[in-house]
Write a protein that binds this ligand. Sequence first.
Ligand SMILES: Cc1ncc(COP(=O)(O)O)c(C=O)c1O
Length: 357
Amino acid sequence: MNYRECLVNVAPYVPGKNEEEIKKEYGLDKVVKIASNENPYGPTPNIKEYLNGINFSVYPDNYMSNLRSKLSNKLNVNEEKLLFGNGSVEIIQMISRAFLDKGDNIVTQLPSFSSYFSEAKIQDAEIRTIKYNENYSFNLNEILDLIDEKTKIVYITNPNNPLGTVVTKDEVYDFVSKVPNNVLVVIDEAYFEFVRNENYVSGIELMNEFRNVCVLRTFSKAYALAALRIGYIVAAEEIITNLEKVRVPFNASTIAQKCACIALDDETYMKDSVGLIHKTIDYIYERLDKLNIEYIKTQANFIMINVNGASKEAVLKLMKKGFIVRDGFPLMDNWIRVSIGTLQDMEEFLKVFSEVV
Ligand SMILES: Cc1ncc(COP(=O)(O)O)c(C=O)c1O
């Protein structure tokens, strides 16, 4: 891997031991922590009524032990292959900080997730892009053509945002086997839980064979914890060790860690809600087919709809009727992106859509 040279001189933050560790290590019943300038009286008791059991006055667990151990079991990966972020965007920032210098480049597709671009720019790196293929999917062969000795990162968004399409298992294997093994391949699986395509494979399955492959996931989408900002990366230990060097200490809050654990303990709830979203997507397909409107079949929880060149107007008209949708994606001038709401909301949306667009 090609880490920034300055990282050789950077050590990851090493926090002091927490009370429980000290109690265990020294066989003590009580430990008073007066080492990190925390307030022993805690915040207003009103907060505690809402979030019983959380200790607000101490910093979060910097190692994120409970969440780490739960995820390591769930994904069947070593705990040291995980690192958490204040949302997965923060991990994209860490990756960029760790890998990109002026003169380096990243390669990805347009359109895909905007943070790859903004973070690369902050690092003064060059951004190389290709256009999607005829299936609105990642054009992996063209990505290969753009990789050179200055390429540090390739981003594959799978499923892609905003297009909603996936690259299949065979395509991913073929691609990764051709990427030089000192180029980091980031497979962003923010929408992993929504995928129905049977030919899909998670990048995690490739990681033993290809140590330059890593996977980004988030609790913001299927687990519905976007407000709490928590995401993670699965990568080889060497990559994690270097990302730790640029990670801000205590970056994921105690509440975020705790709620992510609770969410993982209730996967049935998440799967049921994904099931409802799938039903709603099928309903939307049916309705759009009837209206003879072009759309891109989606493997995520949003759908791209072609509004025939009038995307700004469509967005405004829909907004006036109470529906906020997105347009303005590069190379997708005629399209709007609509996130999948409840079946009832989408029925109403389609009614309004057919009237105004
Ligand atoms: C493809 C993709 N990656 C990453 C993210 C960032 O998610 P978060 O920072 O909430 O984990 C998003 C959010 O929309 C996304 O669409």
